[in-house]
Design a protein around this ligand. Sequence first.
Ligand code: ATP
Length: 915
Amino acid sequence: MAQQKIKAAGMYAEQPLKQVYQQFKTSAAGLSSHEAQTRLTTYGPNTIQRGQRQSQFKLFIKNFTSLMALLLWVSGVIALFAGMLELAIAIWAVNLINGCFSFWQEHAAQKATDSLRQMLPAYTQVLRDGQQQRIDAAELVPGDIFTIQAGNSISADARLLSATGLQVDESALTGESVPESKTVAYQPGDGKFAETNIVYAGTMAASGNAQAVALNTGMATEFGQIAQLTQNQRPNISPLQKELNHLTQQISLLAILVGVLFFILAIFFVHYPVAKSFIFALGMIVAFIPEGLLPTVTLSLAQGVQRMAKKHALVKDLASVETLGETTVICSDKTGTLTQNQMTVNHIWLPSREYTVSGQGYVNNGQIENYTFGQAADLDLLLQISVLNNNTTVKAPASAGQQAKILGTPTEAALIILAEKAQLDLPSLQAKLPRQQEFPFDSERKRMTTIHRDHGQTVAYVKGALDGLLAISTTILDHGQVRPLTAADQQNILAADKQFAAKGLRSLAMAYRKLDAQAASDQASVEQQLTFVGLTVMADPPRPEIYAAVAKCHAANIRIIMVTGDSALTAKSIATKIGITSDQARVVTGTELAQMSDADLKTALSAELIFARVAPEQKYRVVTMLQSMGEVVASTGDGVNDAPALKKADIGVAMGMTGTDVAKDAADMILTDDNFASIVAAIEEGRTVYSNIQKFLLYILNSNLPEAAPSVVFLFSRGFVPLPLTVMQILTVDLGTDMLPALGLGAERSEPGIMEQPPRAHNAHLLNRRIIWKAFGWYGLIAAILSTGGYFVTNHLNGWPQAALAASGFDYRQATTMTLATIIFCQIAAALNCRTQRSSVLKVGLFSNRKIIGGIIFEVFLLFALMYIPELQVIFNTAPLRGGEWLYLLAIPIPLVLIEEARKYGLRRHAAADR
Ligand code: ATP
């Protein structure tokens, strides 16, 4: 089809459908795959292209205009005017390298988060070559006939061909969050996008289902047009990044104050020239400003996000990474998250008799004991309801060993397979009893009804949760006869259900009702006075990895609360089996929950408990109450009605495979494998990232004191002791040698035992007392003593104070080199020590973090270069050291690491004794 001039979808609303088909060269049978492929090249992919969030150039420049960078530019100018050309060039060069490095970090972080977006393609069900197919929504083309289902986003601007109870949330386009009813019949409605028979890309089907013909796709849709106008999206800044920003600002302010003070003291106390005093003060400022911190944190968070994605947890923004580490409670649904969502009917219960069913999975590999379709009227009817009240298709695997493809839900797929086992001929049954109407399943009613013509009669087939269905049944089919449903029957049915539920099995009830053709056909009047037929009983085993994941949560003091739509007994049986609760746990049903006061709910939540038969809306209340109790809550969900709870939770978790687009949209994290264990893996990763950030914060702060101490010595000796560490040398440590090991600490793997500690407090500060104490009162202090000491040792070897010690000359340069080298070797020890908080670094493997080892090798190389390359010696005020001094340097890390190892050993012993 040649590309026609694109018209807004609304223009097709009033045209007869036939004309629309003609214009799009399509029909109710859809396109052929070949034609769709051709159109894809003509119209391009059905995707919305958003612009770059921030121009790369702006991002690049930003790194050269920070407070620190500006200070360095100005200092270079001052150095230049003071006649120190080499220093000026060196300061600028270092500033340039540092800016490029920060830019690279930010760029890498952005690339990491951007790549996640491509990992979650949206799917659409289309009719091509006369067959229903699931395709990547990006491949949808104008003229395609596609299906719209409750909870899913609408993939293109389209005209409706059929619709059952379709309500569309158009807030993405109109801002109006009350869903609009959409029907096949045209009505103009009020305002833009209000035509009743047109649906728009980017909006969501809140309920019902429909078929539609795609009119416009991709950037030609109304949503695409709007997205084009509003390209600029501000990136979200996580609380951690905000805290760091704040911290950096505060420290920088403090550094500048100290700098000004040192500047004044240098002029008046040491009688230093102004320009030299300025450069001297600059050294102090550079020493204290934690310049590399923010980009390193951003990269570290982004790398965390990438590692989570590999473990099947897609996090939408960086803030969630840190919240995950704080999670104290997980509210999890059961089906598919804790269990495999591999439904197999293995039992059928009828009032007249029970049947066992053999075989497993979504293939016809078994049979219903002594039965094929047509042999027993009661069971025939049960199967008939199972397959006709069903919107799922199961595509047999193409070859042995492959999985069957399910278009629909696992529960309904199990029913299709059940009928196949009885050799039921589905197409001829569908032709014999055509469907007239449907009241779709919703998790509030927990049932679904379809209405069919049966030999001139109208009949309603109902399937759903037993408790609800029994309440609206008045008769029972027993031995082919319909008779009133007695209390004894009810007890009988419930007792059978209880038996199955106690084994963790799920029963689904089937019922029917003969309808008067003229009778009202609204849902409430159809779903009453039913005739109960029987139960299908399904097994859905727990996921094998769930046991370990639950145990991990318990060790990590994370509570799991099962919140399921399934029955109380099934829920409890599964919860106990996988170790979420003991068998003493209280089960609160949705009905009980609705009647509970807030105070009662609070009390209930303080003990072991399971929520069963709850409506998704009730999850919202549970989450809210837990939060009011100070918990940090992760909550799972997959349906449309789960969205409020997902939004409310600190971490909303949607299911990537079975979840609706509405749920995915509301969530903070999407599980690509729907697996509870992936939440636990993400929490572990969240904890790791936070602890890594603390590790490199500690590492960066470590060098502050040894960098500042020489200036203090110089100042308080009134210049008698020449400056033991020059400004260029401070820059070398801060913007040179410290960078790579810090980066390596950000990529450190989870420390053993990280999931054996309680979650960190919600309001805990990144820079806590422990870190301050360690950085300044311990590591930093030792490094300050050793490095300034090193300076004096070299001076002593050179004959000072007897020999004159000019603040230039070889001896002086050798002494400052010693200070610099000692700081670097102390930092080598610190890099190794900071890798773990409690575990022995030898146990996690001294060489297991290649980035750190690489960083250390780089540090040593750089030091070598500075010492032995004559040009660099001039700029950095360095000189070669003697063998004895090298021995001193090489020996430094050994006791420092050993002392720290001893401390960690004590810590572990102490923790073991506490247990
Ligand atoms: P969870 O909330 O843990 O995912 P669930 O799948 O049982 O568990 P819902 O999807 O809310 O929760 O379903 C609730 C109940 O509704 C089920 O236990 C079942 O009895 C019934 N049900 C589920 N799917 C269908 C369906 N397609 N048609 C009719 N009834 C259904």
